[in-house]
Design a protein around this ligand. Structure first.
Ligand SMILES: [Zn+2]
Length: 402
């Protein structure tokens, strides 16, 4: 795998190109890259929605039950889910769903599923990696830290994560994971001292690590929306300053669009679409404007609630200029009807639009870095999201969702 960073322009942020991926050598992906988190859209729906050549984020907690089937199938998870031409990236927990905290046991990581808690060892995790053969996977780690958690918890998380990293590397050598490349998971919560310790430990295995996943800043789901931007930016900036410049940097979670721009400016290369999924779960459509050539803002705001009765006779698309399948073929009124009558198609139409809107947002981000306009875009997105108090908290227990 090769990650080439384009020479830096005046503005912050960096453009990169991911190429030479062992399994799909003819494919390349531009960064800042968006990983698709949605696992409920079939290949057919993805195709007619124009989502070809995407990079897919799969999580161990939502996919572990496929291990035996993958063992028999022998061709890896990309082909198993019908997306063999797409890049696949495996993380531990799905960033769309809030994590339960606590209940740690020595030598394993607690993972919560519908059927209850499972304690995952490094061997369990690496067996899944062996059978699923993703293009990239993060090392198993205890990321159960957040902005005001205790120092003791951060230290414990680091110790456990270092042990798990060593074990993942030991198992990787033993099972000869085909083309899967390892991403080192950096822990340490909001402590510079602990971040340094985590980075120092990972650097001991630097030749086996092709990039870094900065974890442990939130507890997934809506927790990532309400982060203290200043604190996050400070610790991420510090962490990046002690990591090798030329390797790919990943952060997962449902960050607000303006927070994504902060992280892009600092130097994060890869994100995921969990924010778009979270907004869909709230029955809202993304409508924020990221077009610097046409900067007029909508009175309705950056997101619209499609269950609102004011849309029941509105026969316009969610966003006039949007080229997604939903906006080209359906109206706000129809979606309002589907959502209010609990038809399954309603959330699907919303998800298709929101993923498309978010995908186009990332295209705009790359364009703005290229044209040295990232600060203009940031100003435009800040105006739209500043002082907005949307709820992103899905009223559903995490254990019921995966
Ligand atoms: Zn649309």
């Amino acid at each position: 795998m090769k990650f080439v960073i384009e020479p830096a322009k005046k503005c912050a942020g960096r453009l990169g190109l991911l190429t030479g991926i062992d399994r799909i050598p003819d494919k390349s992906y531009k960064t800042p890259l968006l990983l698709f988190t949605e696992q409920n859209l079939s290949r057919e729906v993805l195709e007619i929605s124009g989502f070809q050549n995407i990079a897919v984020l799969l999580s161990f907690d939502c996919s572990v039950q496929m291990t035996n089937a993958l063992k028999l199938y022998k061709k890896g998870i990309s082909e198993f889910i019908g997306l063999k031409e797409c890049l696949t990236f495996v993380t531990i927990k799905n960033p769309c769903y809030p994590c339960l905290t606590g209940h740690h046991e020595k030598g394993s990581l607690p993972v919560y599923k519908k059927s209850g808690k499972i304690n995952v060892t490094s061997e369990d995790y690496m067996t899944f990696i062996k059978e699923s053969m993703p293009d990239f996977f993060v090392t198993l780690a205890d990321g159960d830290t957040w902005h005001d958690c205790s120092k003791k918890r951060i230290i414990k998380s680091n110790e456990r994560s270092n042990e798990m990293l060593d074990e993942c590397i030991k198992h990787q050598q033993g099972i000869k994971v085909k083309w899967s490349k390892m991403i080192g998971t950096v822990e340490g919560g909001y402590s510079e001292h602990e971040r340094r310790k985590s980075v120092d430990h990972i650097k001991q295995h630097d030749e086996k690590i092709i990039g870094y996943f900065i974890d442990g800043l939130h507890r997934n789901g809506h927790d990532a929306v309400s982060l203290d931007s200043i604190k996050v930016n400070e610790i991420v900036k510090y962490t990046l300053s002690i990591l090798p410049h030329d390797k790919i940097k990943i952060m997962l979670g449902a960050f607000l669009p303006n927070q994504v721009l902060e992280l892009v400016s600092i130097g994060i290369d890869v994100f995921d679409s969990s924010f778009a999924i979270l907004v869909s779960k709230m029955n809202r459509a993304l409508t924020f404007n990221f077009n610097l050539q046409n900067p007029a803002l909508l009175d309705s705001g950056p997101e619209i609630d499609l269950t609102d009765s004011k849309y029941k006779d509105d026969f316009s698309p969610f966003v006039e200029s949007c080229q997604c399948l939903t906006c080209k073929q359906h109206t706000k009124a129809y979606t309002n009807h589907l959502l209010n009558t609990k038809e399954l198609l309603g959330p699907m139409l919303l998800t298709i639009h929101n993923l498309h809107h978010y995908k186009m947002y990332f295209e705009a981000i790359r364009e703005c870095i290229k044209n040295d306009e990232l600060s203009d875009l940031k100003e435009m997105i800040d105006v739209q999201y500043k002082n907005k108090t949307f709820s992103y908290e899905v009223q559903k227990n995490v254990a019921q969702t995966n």
